[in-house]
Write a protein that binds this ligand. Structure first.
Ligand code: SF4
Ligand code: SF4
Length: 440
């Protein structure tokens, strides 16, 4: 720790600076180093959790300016939180990283095309479901009009960066209707009614994995819950927090809090690990907001991942068979951020015929990490290759609970040239329930 006379003005001059209680908890033991994917890859102290915490503290104490020596390590972090799982002092490295990114985002006006594009997407697209829907329709038109075939035949995809090119190749067919358009305002419980829950439809899940959102509602109803889908909800803001745009994230959080707390529900259910983690941290995001702090904490306490909710509430084991061998990838924001490991496996193991074969190191990040695979392909690429190398022989599908991981692993499947499916846990459970209906 710097002596008081060595300290200058903190480099963090904007709202929500990194919390001293969080960085002071680090005892520099280094137990986190080997758990950190960027340290494993680069072998550099400043690209390790301990190094990052040290740099953040130095900047907070005025010993380091807000320049490349801090900015690069802070933005090369995956925010995977593997370090938090192993840290004996409970250092909240992910929260510190996000707070430091907030300072950088506030301090540096967008420069150049990529910076302006990022702010445009974060501030003018994601908070508006109607604009996302419009973009999804454009994407669907691109996929189905013949334009995609022309673009591919003309070799125009070579103009894209390699990872975007791979994404284009594996992007699932965009559904004609978003889940918000498909889901009724209230999906009634089947059989004896056990409660009432609200469903977060999200942004990527809503437009790209609409079927998984519908399956989530169907599975909840099948287990006795009324499912309401509030129409005024918006994106959870996780991507904004990751990027450092905390003010936009707060605006979206306040909106979701108002919308969901006005519903009379027992829980707020979410099926994307990244969104669930962000929603559970609204209390922390709005801790300085005297109007919303208490409401945000109440909201966060009501949030449950779908696997967590079903495991807690109890679910009816499906009788329908799925004869397949699968493996499971733990999304970082499930296992490290929310401690969700057992629950998805519990759901999968109750499906007749399904054989779950564990993959080694299933909690290692796949390299998706929000848009990290696009911003840092040089690190995300090797992480994905390692993940694919760990997929056990003979499995037909890789199951996980986060849309970013699903897309990234689809790229991995494409790279390895196999025909394995990439599925969401709820899709598998829903298929088992539906198989039961079909066979009776
Ligand atoms: S972050 Fe935790 S594990 Fe890493 S050096 Fe600090 S105290 Fe040790
Ligand atoms: S969040 Fe992940 S990438 Fe970042 S310091 Fe921790 S282990 Fe390393």
């Amino acid at each position: 720790m710097a002596a008081p006379e060595e300290r200058g003005r903190s480099a963090f001059q904007w709202p929500d600076p990194p919390d001293p209680d969080k960085y002071s908890a680090c005892v520099h033991c280094g137990l986190c180093l080997e758990a950190c994917p960027t340290y494993q890859e680069l072998g550099l102290e400043d690209q390790s959790p301990r190094g990052r915490v040290y740099l953040i503290r130095a900047a907070a104490e005025g010993r380091l300016p807000l320049d490349g020596a801090l900015v690069d390590p802070v933005f090369r972090c995956l925010d995977c939180r593997a370090c938090e799982t192993v840290c004996p002092s409970g250092v909240r490295v992910g929260a510190l990283i996000e707070e430091a990114r907030g300072q950088v985002f506030a301090a540096r006006p967008a420069r150049g095309g990529p910076g302006r594009l990022q702010r445009l997407i974060l501030r003018k697209i994601f908070p508006y479901p109607g604009r996302l829907r419009f973009l999804a329709r454009l994407g669907r038109w691109y996929q189905r009009s013949g334009l995609r075939r022309l673009v591919r035949a003309a070799g125009l995809l070579r103009l894209l960066p390699p990872h975007l090119r791979e994404m284009e190749a594996v992007l699932p067919d965009i559904p004609a209707r978003t889940s918000r358009e498909q889901l009724p305002p209230r999906w009634p419980a089947e059989g004896t009614r056990r409660g009432r829950v609200a469903l977060l439809t999200g942004c990527v899940m809503d437009v790209l994995f609409a079927g998984t959102n519908v399956a989530t509602a169907r599975v909840l109803a099948r287990n006795g819950f009324d499912v309401v889908t509030p129409s005024g909800q918006t994106c959870c803001g996780a991507l904004h927090v990751h990027a450092g745009d905390r003010e936009t994230a707060k605006t979206m959080a306040r909106r979701n809090i108002d919308v969901f707390l006005s519903e009379d529900v027992d829980a707020i259910v979410v099926n994307a690990a990244g969104c669930g983690s962000a929603l559970k941290e609204y209390g922390e995001l709005l801790r300085a907001d005297s109007l919303y702090r208490e409401k945000a904490e109440r909201f966060s306490r009501m949030v449950r991942d779908i696997s967590e909710f079903l495991a807690e509430a109890g679910f009816e084991p499906p009788k329908g068979r799925i004869d397949a061998r699968i493996t499971y990838h733990d999304a970082c924001h499930h296992c490290h951020a929310q401690g969700i490991r057992r629950q998805p496996r519990e759901l999968l193991r109750r499906i007749p015929g399904l054989e779950l074969i564990e993959m080694p190191d299933s909690e290692r990040c796949c390299g998706s990490a929000g848009i990290y695979n696009l911003t840092h392909p040089e690190l995300a690429g090797p992480l994905l290759d390692r993940k694919m190398a760990d997929v056990p022989e003979g499995v037909e599908a890789i199951v996980t609970g986060n849309p970013g991981c699903m897309l990234q692993i689809m790229v991995g499947v494409h790279r390895t040239g196999t025909s394995r499916k990439v599925l969401h846990t709820v899709d598998v459970l829903d298929a088992a329930y539906r198989a039961e209906v079909e066979t009776t």
